[in-house]
Every structure is written in structure tokens, then in C-alpha cells.
Design a protein around this ligand. Structure first.
Ligand code: B3K
Ligand code: ZN
Length: 844
């Protein structure tokens, strides 16, 4: 496979003035006719005319009315063209009915739909399929289906056809087409300048009842982007379509967002609070792309974080505004540590702006997305809110309609603030999670904090230079009062000291407040100080972090030295949980523990070899001890979280359900699941139903409920995904692999559907002790299925290979077992480029 490098970027030799496409839809022989106006690009002298095209059957190619014979490879075509503006026309035939890769034009339950990002348009017609080639599109769809959609505004329709015109120049990756028997959930939105926009959420018959929440989320997003960023919607219609077979969450095609049905369909009976919050965030994310991604797009795919990091940052701001900012920040830190840190500190580590790739789809990663968003958060913290807003206004003004780079992005901040951001830019080019260590010195009323930073070598980067790291710090006095308000220290050197003078007594330092940088903090306060912060910190993030550190500390000592659960942790948590003034959602988070995988990483970093069963045992023991310690409080938590108003997925109710669920889970460790069985029987929403069922399964009970759940929900594919996933996540270590294997033999295990495949295989990989079973059966089962899925759907296969990225943490036997599976995958004949790249990188 060929490797593409950022440094090799050159512009395309031609500009595209307009694109006209005609689709004659047929399941196995769709004809795509294109008429494209090209002209030489005055910015370059390279006149190679290469059009991407894959899996296309060329029927005819015409230049300025004269038929031509291009030379064709499996990547595209070249042909001689005039050194002046010309019209290229082609007719190709494609087979959407056999497109299982879900990229290009494919079919899902009888509906046609497309996925073109990153490089799927080349499977639809011959085209310069690169994001810096932008054009207006007119699309005519001929097909005997009731609903025919494409980007932009409707510009004509009749019996069996519809035409759409998108006035905004766009790259081909934002092209979309949908055709099928769909039902609209309609609404309207009036923009800030008074433009009337018709909104539709299109779903399969039967899903009409699951649209209302998504539609509300869309309207809130449209309003929020006007209020906070001054960004108005720019077409007469905005369509969202739900599709069952989709490789990821959703796609921001101009005016026609396409969603995985799991990322948009919601109802109280079928969706959990976590689903609701995720749906709201994804709808916002895709909508926000209209400006950050579509109006201003990326010059090349190396710049992916330009749109993704910024759009994730914007959707996080939105969620913070709609719900609770501290809770959102804690969720994001948990998520970053669970998904991005392992990536950044393992064989798949890459910069936020990668410098090379073989398959770009492999770089839609937590690093590009979530670390990319964290980098923007740091920038905002460093320049301040006002400068951030000004820089963004300048960005939209200066670059509207362009395909941009990270350099363009940084420049708007430099021009706004007069700051030199060249050092800051290292966040885009250096991979790996920086570690910041802190030492304290207390002398004569002065606290000196010495901060030092270091980054371990990562693939391709042996030496690292210091980053600019905003470290938010506050100080608490002995009685718990804040004696120094939050201040952002700018750590720019390898080591730097900061002084706080005039203090009456030795304070307790609260460091990296609000998780002000995506780093690993190495600060070892005593457990007494941690307990003090857990009781008193005025920064909600660090208060939560103090509890988390206590939990981690006690777990590590339980794993290493067979210690008993620490009293500082148990008492501290009890006090916080008792505090009825604290937000229930926040209290529920306080009961969370580091994941098994995080504990494994901690042990590995400290030079120990993690034993998955020892980790499992320690966590179970701590849970049991927590349940006992909180025993008297549990009934109160239960009654405090009762909801006597009609169901709403809002943050307030969700928080109560989340605390109630956490309490139920502890209760079921004490009563053998009898309360959970009662709650299951009485549940009238999916959050409660699923929580109660998981409590039962973890107690080794719940088989009757499990089959009742199946009978109740077998008609609902999204709920059935939960049914599949839950059994694997809740299985005891020794039973996990067998449970997963048995589920793959279930008649409803439709493995070609990415949601169903991930429900089982994703849950297997996430069940730490189960997956890492000593005999390697977990590794073998996952590898079997990845090998089977690869020829069908390379993207989903490649993505799931990352379950193996942590292999070097474990003992030699497990390493041998995983290496053998990785080699077995790699040796599979005709393995996709996607999976080949992933497995090779993981093997290192
Ligand atoms: N931009 C799309 C992701 C496309 C993934 C291609 N493999 C969704 C999003 O980030 O909003
Ligand atoms: Zn995105």
C-alpha cells in the first residue's frame, strides 16, 4: 500500500465550476451521468488530469462533445484534456445492492443512501475526490421511490424524479443522496435574519414515534449557533435521514445529514438517558459542521482536526450550556482517558494533525477528534474568551468558502492577539500525552510550585520539545476556604517554578482545575490532602478528581499488596453522597471508578505487569466495601431520586436516574438483586429497565428478565443491540467469551450490520477480564470475526482492531497470544488496506 504525506501536498491542476449529476437508480445497475465544467487552475502549472474512480464501470466518456478513451486503473483515470475550459461528461454503472462496505452509494433495508467522507465519492463517479476541489452541484434523481433527496434546495420534481441544487460550493465528500420509502417528521425554524427553514427528519415507517427529541435538539442547535457563534443556517431546507446500516455515528453532508439510526432515534421506552444525551450532542455536532467543516472545509485530509477538533469543541460547549458544565467536563475527561490516552501512548499514537497515512479512514480517531478539541480548549484558556470570539469571527470572515489548514487557523489567533503561537502549534505536530509533574515547597508564607513536563517517545517521534501547557491552579486554606482563586499558569519550559506569596498558612493546592490540559498529572498529595480536596475543593472537576485519585490509589494498593479498601476513600465518598445540595448527576459520577483498562495502564506505567483477574477482584472488593459503607444511606438515595413528574430526558431527571441507578447497583450487592428485580418489573423507561437488568445480570441472576426483555423488544433493532451488548458486558470473566460466542450464533446476530457487530464484539473487547482470559480465547474469537468481516466491511473491521492496541502492557504469554492473532489477521489473503494498515501499526 502507498503512504501519503502531508509534505507532498500540491493543488489540483483544474478548478471545477459546476457539477451536474443524474442518477438512474437500480439496485444492481445504477447509472450515474456526470457533466462537469473544468478549467485550468491558474495557481499551478501541473496539468495532469487524473480523476479518482473505484469500482466503477465506465460506459462513456466525452470531452466537449467528443467521445474519448481514458486510461483506467483501479484507482482512477487519466486522459488528455484541452489547455482551456472544457466540459467533461461520463456515464458509469455501479452496484449499490452489493455494496456492503457502506461507503459510496449503498442500500440499507431497501433504501439508497451514501457515505462519501473521506474518499467515497470516487465509488460513485469519476471525480477529483479531494476536499480542496469545491463546486456547486445540481443533482437529478430518477427512481420509483417516494422520497428522493440530495444536498441543497429542491429545484424541481415530478413523477419518479426530483432535482436538487446546492448553491454553496462544496467538496465531493459532502455529497449525499437518499432514496426510499421514508416518512418525514417535519418542523420549521426561523433564523436570526428571518429566513424560514423547512426541517425534516426522515425515518422508516414504524420509527415516526422516535423523532421528536432529535428534532428539538436540531432546533436548539440552530439557535445556539446563532446566539453563541453568530452563525446562521444558509439553505431553505435542512434534512436529516436515519439509516440502520452506517459505519459511524453520523455525517454532515450539506443540507442532508445522514445518521446512524442509533444516533438520532429516541423515545423514553427505548432509549437510555445516555442515548438521549449522545443524540443531542451528535445532532448538534453535525449541524455545527455546516460552518466548521462545510462553509470552511479542509485543504487536505491531514487537516481533519481543523473541522473535527473545532466541531467537537463546539458540541461540548453546547452540551455544557444545555446541561451541566462540570458534569460534561468530567464526562469528557473520563472519555479522553479511556479512549485517547491509550491511543496516544501506544503503537497507534499519531499527532492531532497526522503527517502520513495509508487509509485516511483509520485517522478518524480520538486523537484527531477529542484531543483536537482539547487543543482548542487550551487555546481559548490561554487567549481568553473575548479574544477567542474575535478570532472565530475573523476565521469565518476570512476563510468562508475556502479549504483551509491548521496554519490558517493559528494565524487568526495570532492576528487577533498579537501572540506568537509557534510553540503552541506543537500540540498539532507532537504525539503522545505529556506528563506534568509537580513538587511543592512551603517556606515563610510562600508556596512554590515547580512544574515540569515530559513526553515519552512515540512512533516516529523520539525527541519531544516542551509544549505550552495551561495549568489552572487554585489554593485552599486549612479551613477549606479558597485563599487563591483559579489562576492559569503557563508552563512553556521543561521546568518552571511559580510562587504564591503572602499566605497565612500552608495551603492545599488544587492543580489542573477543570482539566485545563489533556495531560497526565503526576502530583502525589497525601491521601489526607486528597480527602481534604474531596471535601472542600471549590472546583467541581478537581473535587471529583480527588475522589477518583483516592479510588485509584486504594485499588492499586489492593491489587499490589492485597490491602483492604482505604477509609479515606470510603468516608470521603460517603460524605459527598450524603450532601443533598450536590447535583445528583455529580454525586453519581463520584461513585464511578477508574476502568480496569486504566488500572492496567497505571500498573504498566509503574513497571508492573497487570493481571486482569487481580484487577477484577480488587474492583469487585472495593464495590462490595462501598456498598457496605453506604448501606444506611442507600434507602435515602433511593427516595431522593424518585421522580414523580412525567418522564423527561432532561439533565435534571437524568441526573436523578443516574444516581438512583448507581445506588441500585450498590444495593443489589447487598440484597442479592431483590430490589433490582422489583425495579425491573416496575420500569417504565429504558434507563431504569436496563439498569435493573444489568444489576441482576451482574448478581448472576436475571435470566427470566433477559428473556422477557427479548420478547418485549425483539421487534426493535436498537433495543436488541442493547440486549446483545449487555449480556457480554455483564458476563463474569470466565463466562464472557462463551457468552459472546453464543450470541454470535443467535438468529438475530446480523453481523453485517455495524451496530449489531459492535454490540457484541465491542462489548467483548471492553470486558477487560473476560477479553484477556489467560488462554487467549477472547483474542481468538475477536480475530475470527474481524477476519470474517474484513472483506465485507473494511472500515468497521479496521476500527475494531484497535482493541488490540494495548497488547504490550500484558505478560509475555498474553503478548504471544495477541501477536499470534494479529499475525493471523495480517496473513489473511486479500486483507483490506484499512485493516492491513491498522494491524501493521499495532504490531509496530
Ligand atoms: N465527518 C464524519 C465522519 C466521517 C468518517 C469517515 N470515515 C462525522 C463527523 O465527524 O461528524
Ligand atoms: Zn465531525
Amino acid at each position: 500500500p502507498t503512504t501519503i504525506y502531508l509534505k507532498d501536498y500540491t493543488p489540483f491542476g483544474y478548478l471545477v465550476d459546476s457539477v451536474h449529476l443524474t442518477f438512474d437508480l437500480a439496485d444492481h445497475a445504477t447509472r450515474v451521468t456526470s457533466r462537469i465544467a473544468f478549467r485550468p487552475n491558474p495557481e499551478t502549472t501541473d496539468r495532469t488530469f487524473f480523476l479518482h474512480g473505484e469500482e466503477l464501470t465506465l460506459v462513456r466518456a466525452v470531452i466537449d462533445g467528443i467521445e474519448v478513451t481514458p486510461s483506467i486503473t483501479d484507482k482512477g483515470l487519466t486522459v488528455d484534456v484541452p489547455d482551456a475550459p472544457f466540459i467533461w461528461e461520463s456515464v458509469v454503472e455501479i452496484d449499490p445492492g452489493n455494496n456492503t462496505a457502506l461507503e459510496g452509494l449503498y442500500m440499507s433495508n431497501g433504501m439508497y443512501c451514501t457515505q462519501c467522507e473521506a474518499e467515497g465519492f470516487r465509488k460513485i463517479t469519476y471525480y477529483p475526490d479531494r476536499p480542496d476541489v469545491m463546486s456547486t452541484f445540481t443533482v437529478r434523481i430518477n427512481g420509483n421511490l417516494p422520497v428522493l433527496l440530495s444536498n441543497g434546495n429542491p429545484s424541481g420534481k415530478g413523477d419518479g424524479w426530483a432535482e436538487w441544487t446546492d448553491p454553496w460550493p462544496k467538496p465531493a465528500y459532502l455529497f449525499a443522496l437518499v432514496a426510499g420509502d421514508l416518512i418525514a417528521h417535519p418542523d420549521r425554524f426561523t433564523t436570526m435574519s428571518g429566513r424560514e427553514v423547512e426541517l425534516n427528519l426522515w425515518v422508516r415507517p414504524g420509527d415516526e414515534g422516535k423523532c421528536a427529541f432529535g428534532m428539538e435538539a436540531l432546533k436548539k442547535s440552530m439557535k445556539w449557533d446563532e446566539d453563541v457563534y453568530g452563525r446562521e443556517y444558509d439553505l431553505d431546507v435542512f434534512n436529516i435521514v436515519a439509516v440502520d446500516d452506517f459505519n459511524m455515528g453520523a455525517m454532515e453532508n450539506k443540507g442532508l445529514n445522514i445518521f446512524n439510526s442509533s444516533a438520532v432515534l429516541a423515545s423514553p421506552e427505548t432509549s437510555t438517558d445516555v442515548n438521549f444525551e449522545r443524540i443531542e450532542a451528535i445532532i448538534a455536532h453535525e449541524y455545527f459542521h455546516n460552518w466548521t467543516g462545510n462553509r470552511i472545509t479542509c485543504r487536505d485530509w491531514f487537516q481533519l482536526c481543523l473541522k473535527e477538533g473545532l466541531t467537537v469543541f463546539r458540541d461540548a460547549q453546547f452540551t455544557s450550556d444545555m446541561r451541566s458544565a462540570p458534569v460534561k467536563r468530567i464526562h469528557d475527561a473520563i472519555d479522553l482517558r479511556a479512549r485517547q490516552f491509550p491511543e496516544d501512548n501506544g503503537p497507534l499514537s499519531h499527532p492531532v494533525r497526522p503527517e502520513s497515512f495509508q487509509e485516511i479512514n483509520n485517522f478518524y480517531t480520538a486523537t484527531v477528534y477529542e484531543k483536537g478539541a482539547e487543543v482548542i480548549g487550551m487555546l481559548k484558556r490561554l487567549v481568553g474568551d473575548e479574544a477567542y470570539s474575535k478570532a472565530l469571527d475573523l476565521y469565518f470572515d476570512r476563510h468562508d468558502g475556502q479549504a483551509c489548514t491548521i496554519e490558517d487557523w493559528i494565524k487568526v489567533f495570532e492576528d487577533t492577539t498579537d501572540r506568537d503561537l509557534s510553540q503552541f502549534k506543537r500540540w498539532y505536530s507532537q504525539s503522545g500525552t505529556p506528563r506534568v509533574s509537580v513538587t511543592e515547597d512551603w517556606t515563610d508564607g510562600t508556596l512554590t510550585l515547580t512544574l515540569s513536563q515530559r513526553s515519552e517517545p512515540t512512533p516516529g517521534q523520539s525527541r519531544k520539545l516542551p509544549h505550552v501547557i495551561p495549568v489552572a491552579v487554585g489554593l485552599l486554606g486549612p479551613n477549606g476556604d479558597e485563599v487563591h482563586a483559579t489562576q492559569v499558569l503557563e508552563l512553556t519550559e521543561a521546568e518552571q517554578s511559580f510562587q504564591f506569596t503572602g499566605l497565612a498558612a500552608k495551603p492545599v493546592a488544587s492543580i489542573l482545575r477543570d482539566f485545563s490540559a489533556p495531560v497526565i498529572l503526576e502530583h502525589d498529595p497525601s491521601n489526607t490532602e486528597r480527602a481534604f480536596l474531596l471535601a472542600h475543593d471549590t472546583d467541581p472537576f478537581n473535587r471529583w478528581q480527588a475522589g477518583r485519585s483516592l479510588a485509584q490509589d486504594t485499588l492499586l494498593r489492593m491489587i499490589r499488596q492485597d490491602a483492604t479498601p482505604d477509609a479515606d476513600y470510603l468516608d470521603g465518598i460517603l460524605a459527598v453522597l450524603r450532601d443533598g445540595d450536590l447535583d445528583p448527576a455529580y454525586r453519581a459520577l463520584m461513585l464511578g471508578l477508574p476502568t480496569h483498562s486504566e488500572l492496567a495502564a497505571e500498573l504498566f506505567d509503574a513497571g508492573d505487569t497487570p493481571d486482569p483477574m487481580a484487577i477484577w477482584t480488587a474492583v469487585e472488593t472495593l464495590r462490595q466495601a462501598t456498598a457496605q459503607h453506604l448501606q444506611d444511606l442507600l434507602p435515602r438515595l433511593h427516595s431522593e431520586t424518585l421522580i414523580d413528574t412525567p418522564f423527561s430526558p432532561n439533565a435534571e431527571q437524568a441526573g436523578k436516574r443516574s444516581l438512583g441507578g448507581a445506588a441500585l447497583s450498590l444495593t443489589s450487592r447487598l440484597d442479592g438483586g431483590s430490589k433490582a428485580a422489583e425495579e425491573y418489573a416496575a420500569a417504565d423507561n429504558m434507563t431504569l429497565q436496563l439498569t435493573a437488568l444489568s444489576c441482576l445480570l451482574r448478581t448472576g441472576k436475571g435470566q427470566d428478565e433477559l428473556s422477557a426483555f427479548y420478547d418485549q423488544w425483539q421487534h426493535d433493532r436498537l433495543v436488541m443491540d442493547k440486549w446483545f451488548g449487555l449480556q457480554v458486558s455483564m458476563a463474569a470473566p470466565a463466562a464472557t467469551v462463551d457468552t459472546a460466542r453464543a450470541l454470535t450464533e443467535h438468529t438475530d446476530f446480523n453481523w453485517k450490520n455495524p451496530n449489531r457487530f459492535r454490540a457484541v464484539m465491542g462489548a467483548l473487547a471492553m470486558n477487560h477480564a473476560g477479553f484477556h482470559r489467560a488462554d487467549g480465547a477472547g483474542y481468538a474469537l475477536l480475530a475470527d470475526w474481524l477476519i470474517r468481516l474484513d472483506p465485507v466491511n473494511p472500515q468497521t473491521t479496521a476500527r475494531m482492531c484497535s482493541a488490540f492496541q494495548i497488547w504490550k502492557r500484558y505478560d509475555a504469554d498474553r503478548q504471544d497470544l495477541i501477536r499470534a492473532q494479529l499475525n493471523r489477521i495480517l496473513e489473511t489473503p486479500n486483507l483490506s488496506r484499512d485493516t492491513t494498515e491498522m494491524v501493521s501499526r499495532i504490531l509496530g
